[in-house]
Design a protein around this ligand. Structure first.
Ligand SMILES: Cc1cc2nc3c(=O)[nH]c(=O)nc-3n(C[C@H](O)[C@H](O)[C@H](O)COP(=O)(O)OP(=O)(O)OC[C@H]3O[C@@H](n4cnc5c(N)ncnc54)[C@H](O)[C@@H]3O)c2cc1C
Length: 419
């Protein structure tokens, strides 16, 4: 039998060194816990590697709202549409999709909006505080995000989004063409209107951010262990994390923060969750030939552009095809083509392409929860399109939950056994 690693007692093991696991591990370490983060690779190489870098506090609305799902059948017929389901994956998706539809009832939608808004309402301040605490304040942009509309009709089509923001007091400013040009001269004259979201900021490089948080975690005494978690031993309480190479790590508490891979681990722990991967793509353009200060979204064309430390990043779209299928980079080429409509001088000659797995729950809000079955076991997963946005807030709330402090939000709506 393999010998237990000398992790020691009073320890917390966090499974997953993405932005969620790293931010949480660091917060727990800061509060005096002895924390080990386990990842099968180096920190930050999952979805957190290549996201669109946006602290997107305006994007909490459930994907299951009618203005979105009514367009899904049309999108599915369009090979270049913003949502694509690979035919071979459709049967696997049915149970998730039925829950997605169930999350579109008007009463349910109102509740989900409030749950997303409760997290987004604190996300920027929590992110700023986390970055400042760890000497990383310069990683955050000062400028917000511009949401583009070709004309009044496109703006009206996105009106429900703006109305939800108004309901939750999230600031925004409607701009006409001269104001858009004054903020971002590279934006095409085809764009007649925009909404500025001043609280949507971006980080310079999401991967480097995870690396910096991980380095800080280690500097405070935290341990990072490389290994793939295969199973667990538990009775009433969690006992050990077992790795595929046979190593066993005893722990008083375990947190599952393995992004889209959390589903398999939750199942092994007897708590299956309807977690899917919404695959997304980015193109990182090293020499774009233009400069931008704001990030840009164009809701009708379903893409985002973010100025980052390594050039301009273009991304977006959702592909439902599971964890194993190879990437289809035609999807990133479509987003670049669309971005060049908004930014006609954008050059795309030297670039890299990337695909990542958003951990997506059918009701859009994450799981921030103690286990319903096993003492000492916790889950911080399912952050979907907003894992970077929610990371600092997740770290604070989960650290409260784990250390027995009262979380600043009622976490009941985010519990694991809500499905
Ligand atoms: C194209 C795209 C754009 C996005 N844009 C944004 C954005 O602008 N703003 C935003 O807020 N969010 C965005 N997101 C979403 C965001 O990236 C994710 O929600 C977030 O990265 C999830 O973080 P995580 O730590 O939960 O998962 P991950 O970053 O995927 O980390 C999970 C980690 O767990 C490890 N792991 C998994 N299984 C095991 C195992 N069995 N044993 C050991 N280790 C394991 C993996 O190796 C990985 O490192 C985007 C996502 C994509 C794909």
């Amino acid at each position: 039998m393999a010998t237990p690693l000398a992790v020691g007692r009073n320890t917390t093991i966090v499974v997953g060194a993405g932005i969620i696991g790293t931010a949480l591990g660091l917060e727990l370490q800061r509060r005096g816990r002895q924390v080990t983060i386990i990842d099968r690779g180096a920190p930050g190489q999952g979805a957190s590697f290549g996201n669109m870098a946006s602290i997107a506090v305006t994007e909490f609305m459930p994907a299951s709202r009618p203005s979105v799902w009514k367009q899904i059948p049309g999108w599915m017929l369009d090979p270049e549409g913003p949502v694509r389901v690979r035919a071979s994956y459709m049967p696997r998706l049915v149970p998730w999709f039925l829950r997605f539809i169930a999350a579109s009832r008007p009463g349910k939608l109102r509740a989900l909006e409030a749950q997303g808004a409760a997290l987004c309402g604190r996300a920027l301040e929590d992110t700023q505080a986390m970055l400042a605490t760890h000497g990383l304040a310069d990683q955050l942009s000062a400028e917000g995000c511009l949401s583009l509309y070709a004309d009044e009709a496109e703006f009206r089509a996105d009106r429900d989004h703006i109305e939800i923001l108004e309901r939750f007091g999230i600031p925004h400013e409607i701009l006409g063409r001269p104001a858009i040009k004054a903020l971002e001269p590279e934006i095409s004259d085809q764009i007649g209107m925009a909404v500025l979201f001043p609280k949507n900021r971006s980080v310079k490089d999401p991967y480097k951010l995870v690396q910096a948080l991980a380095a800080r975690f280690q500097a405070l005494g935290g341990r990072i262990e490389t290994g793939t978690v295969a199973s667990f031993t538990r009775g009433e309480a969690i006992r050990e994390v077992v790795l595929t190479d046979g190593r066993r790590l005893p722990a008083d508490e375990v947190v599952i923060a393995a992004g889209a891979h959390s589903a398999a681990l939750a199942k092994a722990l007897g708590e299956p969750i309807p977690l899917e991967t919404e695959r997304g793509y980015h193109t990182q353009i090293m020499r774009p030939g233009i400069k931008l200060k704001h990030s840009i979204i164009w809701p009708a064309r379903a893409f985002m552009v973010t100025p980052t430390a390594g050039g301009i990043r273009v991304g977006g779209t959702v592909e439902m095809a599971g964890l194993e299928a190879p990437p289809d980079y035609r999807r990133s080429k479509v987003t670049v083509r669309r971005a060049r409509v908004a930014l006609p001088k954008l050059r795309c000659e030297e670039f890299t392409e990337w695909m990542g797995h958003r951990p997506a729950l059918p009701d859009t809000v994450p799981i921030l929860s103690a286990s319903a079955k096993t003492r000492g076991l916790f889950y911080a997963t399912g952050h979907g399109h907003l894992g970077l946005t929610y990371a600092a807030t997740t770290a604070l709330l989960m650290a409260d939950l784990i250390t027995g402090a009262k979380p600043a939000l009622d976490l009941h709506p985010y519990r694991i056994d809500r499905f």
